[in-house]
Design a binder for this molecule. Structure first.
Ligand code: ADP
Length: 155
């Protein structure tokens, strides 16, 4: 158990569908602390880096184009085991296979247009947070609810 920070991107499909507030609310009400928030229009160059693990896939350019169809909202969320917790809230990549109750299960019908990006490991989270946020854009404040979110041996 450790207090972690993770990157979430609300994808262009989420902004186009007017779901940004609803998706942010899902993470907030879980108990994750919002540590950073910004809106950005992504570039092909940044996306080639961000999705480098997909560069050999036939859909690589299409996925990048879909991530430039509108701005994204980049978020940094913090919590105990936040990386795994956020991935579990998001659900599996293909929205059609995602269980109801997960974000992709509740809002997505697509493999590609799947509402959110979420970092998948501590190593990736560190690299991705540095890719999307400057250090001064991450805010370390204590929420007054903290003692009611965790037992004192959980962080
Ligand atoms: P995840 O976002 O769940 O970590 P990946 O890192 O494998 O998944 O893929 C990054 C993004 O590329 C996915 O969120 C999705 O938008 C898109 N993608 C991945 N695989 C496919 C696919 N087979 N068909 C269409 N889009 C895909």
């Amino acid at each position: 158990m450790s207090l972690e920070k993770t990157l979430v991107l609300l994808k262009p499909c989420t902004l186009q569908r007017g779901l940004a507030g609803e998706i942010l609310h899902r993470f907030e009400r879980k108990g994750l602390r919002l540590a950073g928030l910004k809106m950005m229009w992504l570039t092909d160059e940044l996306l080639s880096e961000h999705y480098a693990h997909l560069s050999a896939k036939p859909f690589f350019q299409r996925v990048k184009d879909s991530m430039m169809a509108a701005p994204v909202v980049a978020c940094c969320f913090e919590g105990v085991d936040a990386i795994a917790v956020v991935r579990a809230l998001a659900g599996p990549t293909n929205g059609r296979n995602a269980a109801p109750g997960t974000i992709r299960g509740d809002y997505s019908m697509s493999f590609q247009e799947n509402i959110v990006h979420a970092s998948d490991s501590p190593e990736t989270a560190a690299v991705e947070l540095a890719r999307f946020f400057r250090p001064e854009e991450i805010f370390d404040y204590r929420q007054s609810t903290f003692d009611f979110l965790y037992a004192n041996d959980e962080f």
